[in-house]
Design a protein around this ligand. Structure first.
Ligand code: PHE
Length: 352
């Protein structure tokens, strides 16, 4: 066989390798040249009769051809592997431009945001936060608050009574957060019993009690369930002036408006004397100039102080009850209270 025969052998190997479409085809093609009875192997065997010199040059030439065939084989193997990998990548392709599946993001209800704000502001003024039951007894909701048996607020018309309840057991949905005045004060007095018995001054009661309240009422500005936040400050020397300072401070901070004006308008509540409704007036914005009622308030009635377990000759203070729902409406310019409780996500998501 001459040199160009070796060249054409290499060429035919390259062609056959190129035609091999799969690794198996390629291994078969390889066997035809490099296998036990392949053509290169046969050439090697054919050298047996040659002289030493001829073996040397012939062997070298066959080796060059063998190496060329092996190189072609390796290149084709690599090419087939690359092609397979490309196929696989294509089949398992991830479209990273596809938007991810998101879970809806939750957020706080606007009234909850207001309650947090209220707690923060009163917290900074040294008020504790208390929570109490929404199903109350006659005693805490009415009687202890100096509200007589025949008070109209007790009528079926205004109050949700619980079926099977008795005046001694919880029997109604609280109509305001004022029962928390008594509940919290009684606990406070119990905690400081020893000091009181020794005639020592008791630490002041300074607390707010936010929560849900219920009345038989339903229109654009009233909901059968609504929120209130009670405030109570009792000490030996707490005056109506303190109420004015504290509540004015609160409102100006809450509405972020230093020129907000407050008006304490004489009113009546069985559990305060004197009593006042608190109105606020914005100096600018869409509500400028209008008086808006935000709370009931007053100096705690001596009978109520007594029901707290304290001597009304020594302890005195003020209480207020405000409407966080109303404050939320004013702060965000919402005109229908029912929007807060319909659960419409399109409305609620605007507060996030
Ligand atoms: N509880 C009263 C109401 O619901 C508000 C109030 C609270 C008034 C505390 C005076 C003192 O209208």
């Amino acid at each position: 066989m001459h040199m160009n025969e070796l060249d054409s052998l290499v060429e035919s190997a390259q062609q056959l390798f190129a035609q091999s479409a799969t690794p198996a085809d390629l291994e078969n093609a390889k066997a035809q040249f490099l296998g036990k009875s392949g053509r290169v192997t046969e050439l090697m065997k054919g050298m047996a009769q040659l002289s030493v010199d001829e073996k040397k040059s012939r062997g070298a030439a066959i080796n060059v051809a063998k190496q060329a065939i092996e190189a072609a084989l390796t290149a084709r193997r690599q090419a087939l592997q690359d092609a397979e990998l490309q196929e696989q990548l294509k089949a398992e392709a991830l479209d990273v431009s596809l938007p991810g599946r998101q879970r809806g993001q939750g957020g706080l209800h606007p009234v909850s945001l207001t309650l947090e704000r209220i707690e923060g502001i009163f917290g900074s003024m040294g008020f504790d936060v208390a929570q109490g039951p929404e199903i109350e007894t006659d005693w805490f909701n009415f009687t202890a608050l100096n509200t007589p048996e025949d008070h109209p607020a007790r009528s079926m018309h205004d109050t949700f009574y619980v079926e099977g309840g008795t005046p001694e057991a919880p029997n109604l949905l609280r109509t305001h957060t004022s029962p928390m005045q008594i509940r919290h004060a009684v606990q406070h007095v119990k905690r400081h019993r020893a000091l009181l018995d020794a005639g020592q001054p008791m630490p002041e009661i300074r607390v707010i009690a936010p929560g849900r309240t219920y009345r038989v009422d339903s229109d654009a500005t009233h909901s059968p369930m609504f929120h209130q936040c009670e405030g109570l400050w009792i000490g030996e020397n707490v005056s109506f002036k303190d109420l004015k300072v504290v509540f004015t401070d609160f409102c100006r901070t809450f509405f972020e408006s230093d020129d907000l004006v407050l008006r304490f308008r004489p009113s009546f509540f069985p559990f305060t004397e004197p009593s006042a409704e608190i109105d606020i007036q914005f100096q600018d914005g869409p509500l400028a100039g209008r008086w808006l009622e935000v709370a009931g308030s007053g100096q705690v009635h001596p009978n109520v102080v007594r029901n707290m377990g304290l001597d009304p000759e020594r302890y005195i203070g003020f209480a207020f009850g405000m409407g966080p729902d109303r404050l939320t409406m004013l702060r965000y310019g919402v005109n229908d209270l029912r929007l807060f409780f319909d659960g419409d996500i399109r409305f609620l998501s605007q507060f996030q």
